[in-house]
Design a protein around this ligand. Sequence first.
Ligand code: 5GP
Length: 185
Amino acid sequence: MNNKKGRLIVIAAPSGTGKGTILDYMKQQRPEINTSISVTTRQPRVDELHGVSYYFVSRERFLEMIEDDEFLEYAEYIGEYYGTPKKPIYDLVEAGQDVILEIEVQGAKQILSLDYDILAILIVPPDMEELERRLRGRGTDTQQQLTARLERAKEELAQSSLFTHIVVNDDYIRAAMEIMDILDA
Ligand code: 5GP
């Protein structure tokens, strides 16, 4: 029997860095990649489906899940909660499968303190001007949310030393290939 456990692959990136596009490309190239589906209290965007992008829950339900110790990690991000459910991750890792967690930096810090085999990758924008341009272009945030996301991005980039690998998203295909190389190394 193979008792080798899988790895937790934390991929963090300031909001607007293009992490979603990179991960979509990686999943196309490698359909076998497991990604965790997070739970959040934020409202779904138009193209987001419950159980695919996130599990969208009420604040009450989220607090209940915290109380019941159902999260591997969770964090508050611009007034909303986001968390990684423990059970599906545990099952995959115990079965020897790697799992990718797409989370922000507070949550990444919590994962780094766990007793798992962990790879921590931070995707960064080429520079802050480009990040602001991408966030504005997305057009999903109010001015207040945009300012909060940019502030948070600066704080997150200041913590880059926590990560084992830093990947610059100058081109999403190149960045995705670099991450796949890191996973294979
Ligand atoms: P968004 O609202 O843009 O979907 O996500 C906001 C931030 O929350 C992103 O940085 C995203 O990676 C992060 N995030 C998504 N799911 C989780 C999670 O389960 N835990 C934590 N800590 N962050 C998450």
